[in-house]
Design a protein around this ligand. Sequence first.
Ligand SMILES: Cc1cc2nc3c(=O)[nH]c(=O)nc-3n(C[C@H](O)[C@H](O)[C@H](O)COP(=O)(O)OP(=O)(O)OC[C@H]3O[C@@H](n4cnc5c(N)ncnc54)[C@H](O)[C@@H]3O)c2cc1C
Length: 379
Amino acid sequence: MQSLHISPGELPPACEELRAEVREFIAKNLSDYPAARRAQNWTGRDREFSRKLGERGWIGMTWPKRFGGGERSPLERYVVLEELLAAGAPVSAHWVADRQSGPLLIRYAPDTLAPQIVPRIVRGEVSFCIGMSEPDSGSDLASIRTRATRNGDGWVINGSKLWTSGAHLADYMIALVRTSDRTEARHSGMSQFLIDMKTPGIIVRPIVNQLGNAGFNEVFFDDVQLPAENLIGTEGNGWKQVVTELGFERAGPERYLSSTQLLLEMLDAADPDNPHHAIALGRAVAQYGTLRQMSLGVALMVANGEDPGLAASIVKDQGGITEQAMPNIAHDLFGGRTEPGSTLAEVMDYLTLATPSFSLRGGTREILRGIISRGLGLR
Ligand SMILES: Cc1cc2nc3c(=O)[nH]c(=O)nc-3n(C[C@H](O)[C@H](O)[C@H](O)COP(=O)(O)OP(=O)(O)OC[C@H]3O[C@@H](n4cnc5c(N)ncnc54)[C@H](O)[C@@H]3O)c2cc1C
């Protein structure tokens, strides 16, 4: 059982100086970036913008210098993320790599893959996708069937992945696959591989979501040949590694800041003489303030070397509730009274259709609550 203790804490003054630098960079580089695109938040993509962030040293900020990283503190990284997310900057070209693929390669492949790949992540040159879910294996990830079989010096992969965000644009995937049969030990027999998406035998088929976008995909592997060194970490240790990766995936401030543009648009459009507006938006701002303290508390735990797993799951759960409530608040306050084509209408339309996915991606609400209750010793 883990104790639930999230201390709000303060950022050191150096972080606030960095915040000013990031704000200046955003003002310069995104001055004419439209609100409707800012609404996409961390799913917006612009490789050139990622390269510019790389030049500033704002990707791989905490990683060792020998991989090109900045060896800066997790709190400095937190401030950069917070500013980028609040501005709705187009970060998705490097987001997955910075958040989880890079740290995973550094931890589990420090002498083989990380020296080749991680410096390119730091420069904002390469994009990663996450190969976990499969048809019939989402929440129950241990039931995956995609398989890697030894062949000569390397491995051959057959099977498929599902809902793979950005696979059509990614250079690499980190895939969890089966390397031996499932035994009574449910989590045995899985391994992780680095897959170059240009390898022959990979077919990426887009899935169009209710927004009309093809953001995620089905990915098929038909005798995809990989070199031996593309095994990440130890054969059979995939489950332990993927749990570490999911920890990186769930711990950041993106798990409560995805609907920020809508809050900003509502604050702009609010009628100061309307008490209904003041009450609803005051409550939303207070929720953001509370989540920000909790999210900062998670960042402080990371900075102090504590395990943030339970606290991060709670922030993701509560953050998702707040993010998903924003379109309802907008419809309640402004529905039927926005100019068609106005910025508020565009952002509202986008988030109305996008927010249902927020409690699915990165692990569903029910699964997260199961993790929270286990962490609290309730089951
Ligand atoms: C926008 C988006 C982007 C995504 N991107 C990626 C990606 O890049 N890479 C990737 O690998 N995956 C990705 N996913 C997939 C995502 O991780 C899965 O959708 C999620 O884990 C749920 O799996 P599933 O869809 O198979 O649903 P299921 O696991 O079939 O779940 C269906 C429902 O049953 C509930 N349920 C299942 N098991 C339990 C249980 N034990 N207790 C209580 N309730 C339960 C779930 O909460 C859910 O409501 C993405 C999903 C979305 C929506």
